[in-house]
Design a protein around this ligand. Structure first.
Ligand code: ADP
Ligand code: MG
Length: 479
């Protein structure tokens, strides 16, 4: 099985992505694809009105002429448009749509326009500029937040805020990376944005906007904009650590919001009292609300999530995907740290299945997920590889490392060299040194030989899989 090819493929893809970085997105082509995908009517009525405005590292900026158009397209088509765009540039993770009134297009005619209109355009432009930061993802909502004992309280508290039946203000949710904090904040925003002015921003972007507004002398607008919110959701507040000016501004924004009865929801990676270098008065304000943590997911929750996500993916790929129960359980048992990693592991298995058009075996799964499985590479030493390969082929280590070229020694030697290459990060010369100072060209030759043989020699291929498995999973005591 060409597992290396899979790794190479990922690496190649990475290169490919870097190259496309320079390339510009061909919006006309994407428009054509949208037309094919959604049909002429939908395209003509809505999607054609999207104008391409700019391309950034991981997002693209589009503009439309009215708020209605933006909301309509966002709620109905944006996730699918994103998928189309991703096919052209896979690092695009979001699409932002801002409202740019038509008259902005004929900038040349600016002088002719009266001051009133100019002023209006200007204001709306700035507003929309801020709005770009108000990204609420329609796919992260309360309905698809899977519940378990570790996140139930945080979920219920968030739901209460969203139903306006909570008396606590602020709500402070904390927990490690990938536990679902952003998902919950997003869900609150999504629910409330229909009838409230919702501001959802990460502390990092708040800071960025703050600095930018100072530089461009727009602090008045900055203050107005943020203090105008009915619901203020701020994500990853630990980012404020040590940033005094920002804390000052945040504190005033925060007080102004609480004074006018707005709800504030904060997330962080740690409890308020553990926030370093953050003003005491801010911490004590946080502690004065409801503080709730999300803990690491237990097995039951992990299993529930994997089941649901697998079903979704199977449906998405029209039942052409088949992730066995064994593999699902394996992922849940092994990937414990965060829900993001858990879902990431499943996605990797899915891309494996799609690349090779087959369900991965358990040993392939182990290799594909190697870095997520706490089986860090440095536990795999050349010594372990050599010992296990020798044991497998019933030769001695001296024989393997000797310069003898008998066939019964050459294959095991090449196999061990090959396995060292794919299972460790050793360079070719380093590998050569560990095999009795062989030249790196010999190392390359060995790797190529095994790669070629594997294609047609089922027995060799299966031996390699068995060995890989032993190397990655066998307890070193057993050697
Ligand atoms: P955090 O902000 O705590 O780092 P996120 O909210 O970004 O974590 O969650 C990471 C990923 O896991 C997201 O894709 C999110 O939708 C998903 N996720 C987290 N918790 C759950 C859950 N309980 N149910 C469903 N998906 C979840
Ligand atoms: Mg987050």
């Amino acid at each position: 099985m060409a597992l290396i090819d899979f790794t190479l493929l990922i690496m190649k893809n990475k290169n490919f992505i870097n190259k496309t970085d320079v390339q510009k997105i061909d919006w006309e082509k994407i428009q054509l694809e949208m037309k094919n995908k959604f049909g002429k009517d939908i395209f003509e009525s809505w999607l054609k009105k999207l104008n391409f405005s700019g391309e950034f590292n991981n997002y693209i900026l589009l503009t439309v002429s009215t708020r209605f158009l933006r909301d309509w397209i966002t709620s109905r088509y944006l996730d699918q448009i994103l998928k189309l765009v991703k096919l052209h540039k896979s690092e695009v993770t979001r699409i932002e749509i801002s409202i740019l009134e038509n008259s902005m297009e004929d900038k040349a005619g600016f002088k002719k326009e009266n001051n009133d209109k100019l002023h209006k355009n200007n204001v709306s432009f700035i507003k929309d500029f801020f709005f770009q930061y108000n990204r609420i993802d329609p796919n992260k909502n309360f309905d698809n937040f899977v519940l378990g004992s570790s996140n139930k309280l945080a979920f219920e508290a968030s739901k209460k805020v969203a139903e306006s039946s909570s008396h606590y203000n602020p709500l402070y949710i904390y927990g490690g990376v990938g536990m679902g904090k952003t998902h919950l904040l997003n869900s609150i925003g999504l629910k409330l944005k229909e009838i409230n002015k919702v501001m959802f921003i990460s502390a990092e972007r708040f800071m960025y906007q703050f600095v930018k507004s100072i530089k461009s002398n727009e602090m008045v607008k900055f203050k107005e904009y943020f203090r105008n919110a009915d619901i203020f959701l701020i994500d990853d507040i630990q980012f404020m650590n040590g940033k005094e000016a920002m804390q000052e501004e945040f504190f005033h924004t925060f007080n102004a919001l609480l004074d006018k009865g707005s709800k504030v929801i904060v997330s962080a990676d740690r409890p308020p009292n553990k926030l370093n270098k953050i003003q005491e008065r801010i911490k004590s304000r946080f502690s004065g609300g409801l503080v709730i943590d999300i803990q690491q997911p237990d097995y039951e929750l992990r299993y529930k999530i994997i089941k649901i996500k697998t079903e979704e993916l199977e449906k998405y790929y029209a039942n052409q995907l088949n992730i066995s129960e064994e593999i699902q359980k394996f992922i849940c048992t092994e990937v414990k740290n965060s829900i993001r990693e858990l879902v990431g592991a499943l996605n990797r298995i899915v891309s494996f299945s799609r690349v090779y058009n087959k369900t991965p075996s358990l040993s392939e799964t182990k290799v594909v997920l190697k870095d997520l499985l706490n089986l860090s590479e440095n536990k795999v030493t050349i010594d372990i590889i050599q010992s296990l390969v020798c044991k497998f082929f019933k030769i001695s280590k001296n024989e393997m490392l000797s310069s003898r070229r008998s066939r019964y020694l050459v294959r095991p030697r090449q196999t061990a060299i090959y396995l060292t290459k794919i299972l460790t990060s050793k360079s070719l010369p380093e590998i050569g040194r560990e095999f009795s100072n062989r030249d790196h060209t010999t190392v390359i030759h060995s790797i190529k030989t095994i790669e070629n043989l594997k294609k047609n020699d089922a027995e060799l291929s299966s031996n390699i899989d068995t060995l890989k498995n032993q190397i990655l999973y066998n307890n070193s005591n057993e050697i």
